[in-house]
Design a protein around this ligand. Structure first.
Ligand SMILES: [Fe+2]
Length: 195
């Protein structure tokens, strides 16, 4: 423990059975960074932590505004389905890095953070995005950037507004398919315009 820090109350161990929401403990699906140079940042994760490029794509917001994105997957990803979960299982989260043109949603966000950027959001995989939204709303844990979850085939996602406690956005993600969906990424980024 750090000198001068206050011990937190110990919570009971997390049970290894579904909660009242019918889900298991949330799993960290991906960490999303907004940066000044996505290629250099991606190279950093590849050299430093062994990540590999999964896919690259451009989000076009119109009027010359774009965001360039690279999704990276960790080296220890296990191919195929594991016996105890219904999706691909890996210990480390995927990493999503994006940069954006000047005046764009991502570009402005990075500029407002000293031109370096940082962690924009952390995405937790849940069994039901809708039920998790209901739970968080009923407990007053967060507001969301959209009234309802955003959906693509096999993929449901939503963003909270930035936490007053940690400064970052939390995403909930419900996956049937592996990877990202450009339409959802665009809609999620649009939902963060100005925040
Ligand atoms: Fe995300």
């Amino acid at each position: 423990m750090l000198k001068g820090s206050t011990p937190l109350d110990r919570s009971p161990p997390v049970p290894s059975k579904p909660s009242s929401l019918g889900r298991f403990t949330m799993r960290l699906d991906h960490v999303a960074y907004r940066v000044a140079d996505r290629k250099k940042s991606a190279r950093f994760f590849m050299d430093a932590l062994g990540y590999k490029v999964q896919q690259e794509f451009v989000i076009d917001f119109g009027e010359g505004q774009t965001a360039q994105c690279i999704a990276l997957e960790p080296p220890e990803k296990i191919q195929g389905k594991m016996p105890w979960v219904s999706e691909n299982y890996h210990l480390a989260p995927e990493i999503f890095v994006s940069d954006g043109s000047s005046g764009s949603i991502v570009g402005d966000w990075v500029k407002a953070r000293g031109g370096i950027g940082g962690i924009h959001h952390m995405a937790y995989m849940v069994d039901s995005v809708e039920k998790t939204m209901e739970e968080w709303r009923s407990k007053g844990l967060a507001e969301f950037t959209s009234e309802k979850p955003l959906t693509c085939p096999g993929l449901t996602q939503v963003f909270t507004k930035p936490s007053e406690l940690t400064g970052i956005i939390y995403e909930f993600i419900e996956r049937e398919e592996y990877g990202f969906c450009k339409d959802n990424v665009r809609a999620l980024m649009e939902s963060t315009r100005g925040i």
